[in-house]
Each structure stands twice: as C-alpha cells, then as structure tokens.
Design a protein around this ligand. Structure first.
Ligand code: SF4
Length: 328
C-alpha cells in the first residue's frame, strides 16, 4: 500500500463520513474477511454519479477549448473549433453512457454511472447532462475570463492547462520536503489552469460546476493549496514579492471566489494540512504513515445523516457490511 496521502478531496471525504473514507481508500482490507463486500466495493469505486460525470466532462470540454486557444494565440493556429469540440464531447458521452448501461455490474468494470448500478435512470437522463456540459463551455467562452486568459496568453512565460484525459500524477505531487512532519506523506494538488507571467506574477483558475456553496466570500483552502504548491516548487514557503491571484469560478453562473494570496493564506493552509494529517493518522495502525494500514473497518463510524447516505455511491455495500459487523 502506498504511504498516506493528503488531498482536498480526501479530507473532504473523511469529514463527510468515516465509513465512506474507508470504502474509498482502504476497502482492500476487506478482501480476506468479506470477499463479496470487497468485490462490490471495488466495483462501486469505479462509479461516478451523473453530477460528478457532468463536472468531469465540463473540465474536459473547457480544457480542450483552452488547448486550442493557446495554439491559436501562440502558434497561429485557427480559432478554437467549438463545434468540433462539442461534437467530440457529445460522441464521447454517448459512447460512455451506452457502455455504462451495458455493464454487467456483478463483475469488475472500468467505469460506470452509479445511477445505472442502482437502476435509477433511463436513456432520457443523458441529453440534459450533455446540454449542461456544452452550456458550461458557452458560459466560459462568453465570460470575462475568456478575455482575461487571452490577454495573459499574450504575455506568457509558462502556461499550465490540466488535461483530464491524461492525468499527470507527477505534476500533481507537491514537494513537501521543506515542511517538517510531512515527510513520507504524499500531497496531491493540481489546478485546472495556471499561468506565470511577468516577474513573479501568477494566475490560477479552477472551474466548479454543480451545486454551489452559499458562501462566496474569501479564498478556499484548495486555492491556498495551489499557491503553496507554487512556492514549494521554488523551495520556499514565503511569498516575498510574488503576486498570486486565484479564482474559483462556478459554471454556468460565473460566480467566483477569488483574491490575492497573502502570507497568512500560506500559513493557514500549512497548518490545516498538518492538522488534517494528524486526524488521518488516527485511522491507521500505529499512526505509521509509510505502512498506511487502516485500523479495523469497525473503527470507521457511519454518518448519521440520511441525506448523505441517500446520495452515497457505497450505500449498497455499506448496508451489507453493517449487517456483517452487527454479528461480529
Ligand atoms: S451510505 Fe452513508 S454511512 Fe454508508 S458510507 Fe455512505 S455516507 Fe457513509
């Protein structure tokens, strides 16, 4: 098993429900004791809800568009071909949806929709999701961010566009060798879009789609994390004269959380990671981050929120494991 890792997603899952955290990151420890539950959990780990899929495809469509925009501005390629991009995404989603529908969910799958696993949707569910994804691209193209990005492309030094089709785990890794107590903990973080321009100026953008947070003030921990990653890459934890502007932009509403990173944001996120890792260590044997072996599955408690369970991908195995645990 790989050593303990921290990511914004991982700590969010732990705070959501300890059992869900166990299913997501440690379910292999069920294999010898409850092979049937282990197998079903492994299948469920490959599933996404329609909302998550829509979010993933939104990232993909915006990323495809940005790659073409970059080539257009920097290499004199034609303007981005929105129709081609939209048709490519549409075909991809139609194929994926059909494969998900045809899956035999009694066996391992590469990908599936949890709504297919639970028999909750028919074919009419696809079109609204495609429309949302295309609409999210439209919304971005018609926004001021589009103009802002083009201007920055023209002054580029270094441009990073995440390609969701080819996740680059090496790029996602954060070098934490300069933070005591975090050696041996791997940290993963990668924004959707980043650009370095001028002397020590950075712009970071992250797209969000789906349910919006009611609190639109301030800078999120995820954005702080991206800023910290920039500093750590330069073997540093101090901002000095660097200016890092960060944006978390919701599509299609274009509501944003944004700001300029201050040193206190950096200090805050370092402390937050240290606290989170201490919390995560409570669930592993001898708190040994390198071994990263979980305590018994019974140690991981279930949320009392029925609302959370109603949407949880693991609800089928969670119930089965609950019954088995009650007989232990
Ligand atoms: S079904 Fe509920 S209790 Fe079980 S893992 Fe999911 S959120 Fe947690």
């Amino acid at each position: 098993m790989a050593s303990l890792s921290w990511s914004n997603t991982r700590i969010t899952v732990l705070e959501y429900c300890q059992k869900k955290y166990f299913f997501t990151y440690y379910s292999d420890w069920l294999k010898s004791k409850y092979p049937e539950v282990w197998k079903e959990t492994k299948i469920l780990r490959k599933l996404k809800s329609l909302d998550m899929w829509m979010w993933e495809m939104t990232h993909r469509i915006v990323s495809m568009y940005l790659f073409q925009l970059k080539k257009h501005i920097l290499d004199n390629w034609p303007t981005p071909d929105k129709e081609w991009i939209t048709n490519t995404i549409r075909k991809n989603m139609e194929t994926t949806f059909a494969e998900s529908k045809a899956n035999d969910y009694n066996d391992f799958v590469k990908f599936g929709l949890s709504e297919h696993f639970y028999n909750e949707i028919d074919d009419t569910a696809l079109e609204p999701v495609i429309k949302k994804v295309v609409n999210n691209l439209e919304s971005f193209v018609n926004s001021e961010y589009h103009e802002k990005i083009q201007q920055r492309f023209r002054k580029w030094h270094h441009i990073y566009i995440e390609d969701p089709r080819r996740p680059n785990f090496e790029m996602m890794k954060v070098d934490v060798s300069h933070i005591p107590w975090l050696e041996n903990v791997s940290i993963l973080a990668s924004p959707d879009f980043g650009i370095m321009f001028g002397e020590n100026n950075y712009l970071i953008l992250d797209w969000k789609s789906g349910k919006e947070s009611l609190d639109v003030s301030g800078i999120t921990d995820q954005l702080r994390m991206y800023a910290l990653k920039i500093l750590l890459k330069q073997k540093n934890k101090d901002l000095w004269n660097r200016q890092i502007d960060v944006y978390e932009v919701y599509l299609p509403s274009l509501n944003e959380k944004s700001g300029t990173i201050e040193q206190e944001d950096i200090d805050h996120i370092i402390n937050k990671i240290l606290e989170d890792v201490e919390y995560q260590k409570q669930f592993i044997v001898e708190q040994d981050v390198e071994r990263n072996e979980p305590l018994s599955h019974t140690t991981f408690t279930r949320t009392s929120s029925e609302k959370k369970c109603a949407w949880c991908t693991f609800r089928s195995v969670c119930q089965k494991l609950k019954e088995l645990e009650s007989t232990e």
